[in-house]
Write a protein that binds this ligand. Structure first.
Ligand SMILES: *[C@@H]1O[C@H](CO)[C@@H](O)[C@H](O)[C@H]1NC(C)=O
Ligand SMILES: *[C@@H]1O[C@H](CO)[C@@H](O)[C@H](O)[C@H]1NC(C)=O
Ligand SMILES: *[C@@H]1O[C@H](CO)[C@@H](O)[C@H](O)[C@H]1NC(C)=O
Ligand SMILES: *[C@@H]1O[C@H](CO)[C@@H](O)[C@H](O)[C@H]1NC(C)=O
Ligand SMILES: *[C@@H]1O[C@H](CO)[C@@H](O)[C@H](O)[C@H]1NC(C)=O
Ligand SMILES: *[C@@H]1O[C@H](CO)[C@@H](O)[C@H](O)[C@H]1NC(C)=O
Ligand SMILES: *[C@@H]1O[C@H](CO)[C@@H](O)[C@H](O)[C@H]1NC(C)=O
Ligand SMILES: *[C@@H]1O[C@H](CO)[C@@H](O)[C@H](O)[C@H]1NC(C)=O
Length: 378
């Protein structure tokens, strides 16, 4: 075959391929409107005490530690912040758009009016209802979030004990039938071996549940205990659980820390710590894939996603979190008297036409680049 013929055939192939690639990219832009693309999970905010460092430094009233957002994002999910201090109808409306809820750890009391505890009560009640109504809706609780989830599933019956686990990296003490759990059934030997033998689950908590607390009437026969651990005084506590009926999961340690937090000398960041932590993130995001919830439309979804906010590098100011999303709107004045999902003076350009611009732009680029490639040699 003469060289010139081969070259022009090659050129045509190349421009065809490029055009096709760009069409694929364009299709992706088009499809990025709901959770059928990637799960959208709500992460609950938490109140800041007025005299706390982040409150005074950033004039903020609530926050979400960015590590919990990255935990979801690093497993292919997307995040919507869930505000504290709102009423039942807000939480109900929002959860019907989300595919799961993550209750982060932190440091607050459950009795703060219109705080994390009250929001958690709404979220658990609604999540149970959604599941009871036949729609799969998973909830993940980490540390204080696990404590809150267990408390609220038990209708507020407090069964926590005092614990001292201030900065302890531990292997999990798996219980006999841990591998019949949903959480661990799919874990690789490598993950199980790392979790069983290495100091890679990072604990920082002052309360905990014991095996005996799960024998209390409010908790009995509701939860499977997969692993235990011992605190700095040797006090035994429950470190991983799953609900027997609902897709609810709890861990007393912090799987987001080896991946995304870098304040504190005892935090494990080894290859196995990262591998095992990522397992938990992947597991939960995959659970959320089973929930068919979607936002009513693309505008509603875009206005709600966490991308509308920027995290701050808060450890520079002395926070124990590397980065935090800090919120400083006053709920009553910003939300006004409706139960909309996002604050009202809203920066996002409204209108359903945003995708059309992407489409036109991508189309022009495709043509231009294809023409350019067609003039080049192989
Ligand atoms: C979600 O997006 C996919 C891809 O664009 C689309 O096929 C599907 O109809 C959408 N579902 C809803 C409920 O909007
Ligand atoms: C803090 O934020 C509130 C509500 O946004 C605002 O009214 C107040 O003026 C701010 N205070 C300072 C010191 O910036
Ligand atoms: C569950 O179903 C009941 C009965 O149809 C309905 O009243 C309730 O609003 C539903 N709850 C949720 C959260 O879907
Ligand atoms: C909590 O209350 C609900 C609704 O009243 C009830 O169905 C459920 O059995 C209660 N759970 C516990 C653990 O008491
Ligand atoms: C669970 O672990 C036990 C003990 O290591 C083992 O004998 C059993 O085969 C495992 N079961 C599954 C389903 O992996
Ligand atoms: C885990 O930590 C404990 C307590 O600090 C230590 O005694 C043990 O040797 C560590 N185990 C491994 C495998 O590093
Ligand atoms: C999107 O959904 C919201 C909530 O249902 C609705 O108020 C709004 O009019 C819808 N917007 C478009 C462009 O369909
Ligand atoms: C929630 O609060 C909003 C604003 O205060 C109000 O309009 C709405 O009726 C409330 N909904 C419920 C169920 O209390």
């Amino acid at each position: 075959m003469p060289h010139s013929t081969m070259s022009s055939c090659c050129k045509r192939m190349q421009s065809l391929c490029l055009g096709f690639l760009l069409l694929c990219l364009l299709t992706t832009v088009q499809a990025d409107v709901n959770g059928s693309v990637s799960p959208i999970i709500g992460v609950l905010a938490q109140e800041l005490y007025p005299d706390s460092l982040s409150a005074t430094t950033y004039n903020a009233t609530s926050y979400i530690a960015a590590s919990y957002v990255k935990f979801i994002e690093g497993a292919g999910g997307r995040v919507v912040p869930i505000w504290i201090g709102r009423n039942q109808s807000y939480y109900e409306k929002l959860l019907l758009n989300l595919q799961g809820v993550l209750l982060p750890g932190g440091a607050t009391w459950f009795i703060e009016t219109l705080g994390y505890g009250d929001a958690g009560e709404h979220l658990i009640r609604i999540a149970k209802q959604i599941n009871d109504n036949g729609t799969y809706f998973p909830v993940w609780g980490t540390c204080l979030g696990m404590e809150l989830m267990v408390l609220k599933v038990a209708n507020g019956s407090e069964t926590r004990s005092d614990c001292n686990s201030a900065g302890q990296a531990l292997p999990l003490e798996f219980q006999a039938d841990y591998n019949s759990s949903r959480l661990f059934a799919g874990a690789s030997d490598e993950v199980i071996s790392a979790l069983s033998n290495e100091n890679i689950t990072y604990n920082y908590h002052r309360f905990c549940y014991t095996v005996a607390s799960f024998d209390e009437p409010a908790l009995k026969d509701n939860w499977r205990i997969m692993s235990l651990n011992h605190d700095l005084q040797g006090y035994e506590f429950v470190s991983t659980i799953e609900h027997l009926k609902y897709p609810f999961y709890g861990v007393e340690f912090h799987p987001e820390i080896p991946l995304y937090e870098f304040v504190g000398t005892k935090m494990p960041h080894t290859k196995s710590a990262v591998l095992a932590s990522q397992y938990f993130a992947d597991f939960f995001v995959n659970e959320a894939r089973q929930c068919p919830h979607v936002f009513a439309n693309a505008t509603e979804q875009k206005r709600s996603l966490i991308y509308n906010y920027n995290p701050k590098y808060t450890s520079l100011a002395g926070s124990s979190y590397t980065q935090q999303y800090v919120f400083h709107f006053d709920v009553d004045s910003v939300f006004g008297d409706d139960d909309s999902l996002y604050p009202l003076p809203y920066p996002y350009p409204t209108g359903a036409g945003a995708e059309k611009h992407y489409f036109g732009f991508a189309f022009v680029i495709t043509i231009a680049l294809s023409a350019f490639v067609a003039t080049q040699h192989c």
